[in-house]
Design a protein around this ligand. Sequence first.
Ligand SMILES: [Zn+2]
Length: 341
Amino acid sequence: MDRMEAFIRGMPKTDLHMHLEGSLEPEVLIRLGERNKRRLRWKTAQELRAAYEFQDLQSFLDLYYEGCQVLVEEADFYEMTRAYLRAAHAENVIRAEVFLGPQSFTDKGVAIAAVLDSTLEAMDDARAEDGISCGLIVSAQRHRTEQDALDLLEQVRPWFGRILGIGMGGAEKGNPPSKFRRFFRACRREGLRITIHAGEEGPASYVREAVELLGVDRVDHGVACVDDPELMREMAELDIPLTVCPISNLRLKGVPSLSAHPLKKLMDAGLHVTVNSDDPSYFRGYVSDNLVECQRALGLTAEEIVSLVRNGFIAAFIAPAERRAALARLDTYVSGFDWGR
Ligand SMILES: [Zn+2]
């Protein structure tokens, strides 16, 4: 490992855009499938790993939703969450904000309390055992109707005080943010923070809708805004954070290579860019891997890497005191790092 890679991997950092369901490593997914007697297309972890070659967002989502079937019991959600937070802690993530989409499970008859309580319990344990700061964003699926999303909001009501907010992911094309105007307005009325995936496969106009119609706190992905200079200026001015996931974009063929990724363009345009993992198991890359690979492909300087990581703490849904402490910890790390020169 060269010094730059060691610097990146050792940095205290955030992961603000990841889906717990996308953190199931193939061995765990196969084991849970057997335990819960769920019939899957793959018999072994090896077969499953070979299936992680995606053509686009939809081909990934098909596998992702099939993988969700193995999550049935409270213990499954607990194990999945605890395992991700352990991996995040090991790569020096000190603040993780994770998505979970209950509709995949409640649809199959799993009680919402089983999903949320066990996930939150695993987060409490990770906090107590490893000292990692973490929070849950409940995610609604955009290929469903707005009424489905509103129903989910009602189901989640008892947990409003224990979650960070509400997000939205899934098949983007044909399901623009404007489809969910009433839903996000209802979330806002409840005082919840809101984020939405936009401009991943969808056009810049979806990012514009997320910002202008929904008034989101963060845009997940948002990379398509690079096609609309006027929108980029507006987003830089509003300082709306983008939770970019470069390896995810690469695996889903949003970009032909990481060197063609617009990350640096977005940074140079003054946008509030953060780097995140999305679905670390399926895309074979945790947040440190994303930073290391982008640094190499785009020739980012150490200062640019620090600014991406700093942006993560500024964009995190944390109290000012925690933010100050995290940024101070980052500064101490950066100034004390031995470059061996
Ligand atoms: Zn995502």
